[in-house]
Design a protein around this ligand. Sequence first.
Ligand code: 3BY
Ligand code: FES
Ligand code: FE
Length: 419
Amino acid sequence: MAAWECQRLQSLIAARRPGHSLAAPFYTAADVFAADLDLIFGRHWIQVGVEPDVPEPGDAYTVDIGPWSVLIVRDDDMGIRAFHNVCRHRGARLVDSEKATVGNLVCRYHQWTYGLDGRLLFAEHMGKDFDRACHGLKPVHLRSLAGLLFICLADEPPADFDAVARVMTPYLAPHDLANCKIACQSDLIEKGNWKLTMENNRECYHCAGNHPELTIPLFAYGFGFSPEEADETDLLQAARYDRMVCDLGARWEAGGLPSRVVEHLDDMVTGFRTQRLPIDGSGQSQTLDTRVASRRLLGRLTDPQLGGLSFWTQPNSWHHFMSDHIVTFSVIPLDADNTLVRTKWLVHRDAVEGVDYDLDNLTGVWQATNRQDADLVELAHAGVRSPAYEPGPYSPFTEGLVDQFCNWYVSRLAAGLTP
Ligand code: 3BY
Ligand code: FES
Ligand code: FE
């Protein structure tokens, strides 16, 4: 990055008003987008998939992030590894589909052949002095957090992932994501900057006006409300919600399921937050009728009424773990104006479609909600492009997590710019 580019970014960062949305260039400028890829997506733990993307030895899954392409493979010992998806001969993309099942990894161009451990096994016509050992695939850091796959493209990944894993494993492990199957995946391209996608996810201010399918009763109260403006009904609802959080939380905790909120969204390099939230009084799952979508509960769970355990990570993911299914969301920036939102619905791997679950019922709430959110992100992106746009104030009651996302983002960008 040229010195003047670095200075421009630093002055944008210095001008940021806390408690306000970001200045327009953060959402629209090509140089900020390049910095986002380099300093944010290139240096932090990025959630890209789940263990069930590669259930069997030889299964491969590729994810493109900006100029990078990452290849995730299940090896013969059931380990999972990640490599740069770049042949060590002349650089051809090794696997050029999103999913593949292979014995070895064979480059289509000149058939250089790599093992699932990345070692170069075979390369014809290279002469007797050629050292195969120096031409293995380049590894990418990969961690599975209770079945959620995170990669880090940096040489030195943030060390605090271990701390995140220590806290989160007891929350996530009972849902046994590693032994699920992907029942459905949706790839939605939102016409907006990736940070608008993330900001939209971090609040439910917009839920009442935009998400009829998500009126899982009282859901929005989990994201706060303004006590000053609340009428009696609001206050009663909120009190009822608080009681539910207390009562159900105590029941879940007593049953060995951690449920209490943990919040480190802007005070860790690998920022995260978790909480198990009730789904109405007797609601079981995030479906239209709030009943479980799959008859086969996950792992060894026996109680269908476990609410939704949400797990939010900076910079690019959020997830909901229920008793019967899991929904994961991974956000991948495509350019300054376009963002991929990849959603996966997971059920127990032995659950049978049409017998144990109905796909439309399983995916209904979030398919509809995702479309509505995509529309809102597009609306926001169109607005921030206008010269008349100026950063506006976040609600102190309902947009605290949005502000924390921006705090995290701006401070990590600043850290990346500091030599
Ligand atoms: O996925 C979610 O949980 C967030 C929370 C509220 C808005 N959005 C739908
Ligand atoms: Fe892969 Fe030549 S570029 S074998
Ligand atoms: Fe939404």
